[in-house]
Design a protein around this ligand. Structure first.
Ligand code: IDP
Ligand code: MG
Length: 149
């Protein structure tokens, strides 16, 4: 990957239903902007089962899959495309570990951990974990590709 395309790397970031209910939307967007990243697209929507099964298709065999889908259907989500240098890796670092109880201080999942009453799947925010999944998830949630300004 050359330097230019690396600087224009895009990723898919989604605020989960708990992040919206807990009023963390502004906080998450502010953190990404402060890091120098550019928002390219944003929409709030009630996801359906079909798009969520496709989004999380690699986890289909996991014991927590149905609970995860139900949680993701429990309220609207905010789907976004963001751009910036090395954003795929950096956004993952900014989210912190999957299990919010283990997420480091300074990360979104770590800083807003509520304690043992918070379920693992309720971890506030999603970010693509690789270039391949960023492309897949961006196309899945924003099929019209009308986000290049
Ligand atoms: P990630 O979101 O950090 O990439 P993944 O392993 O891709 O983590 O899992 C997707 C989502 O599934 C997690 O964000 C979390 O909501 C949920 N999840 C992952 N592991 C568990 C688990 O052990 N129990 C319940 N939910 C889980
Ligand atoms: Mg993942």
């Amino acid at each position: 990957m050359n330097e230019t395309s690396h600087q224009k790397e895009k990723t898919f970031i989604m605020i989960k239903p708990d992040g919206i209910k807990r009023k963390l939307v502004g906080e998450i967007i502010q953190r990404l902007e402060k890091k120098g990243f550019q928002m390219l697209a944003l929409k709030m929507l009630q996801a359906n089962r079909k798009i969520l099964v496709e989004h999380y298709t690699e986890l289909k065999a996991k014991f927590f899959f149905e609970e995860l889908i139900d949680f993701m259907l429990s309220g609207p989500v905010i789907a976004m495309i963001w751009q910036g240098e090395n954003i795929i890796n950096t956004a993952r670092q900014m989210l912190g570990a999957t299990n919010p109880a283990e997420a480091a201080p300074g990360t979104i999942r770590g800083d807003f951990y509520l304690g043992p009453q918070q379920k693992i799947n309720e971890n506030i925010c999603h970010a693509s974990d690789s270039l391949e999944s960023a492309k897949k998830e961006t196309a899945l949630w924003f099929p019209k590709k009308n986000y290049t300004w």
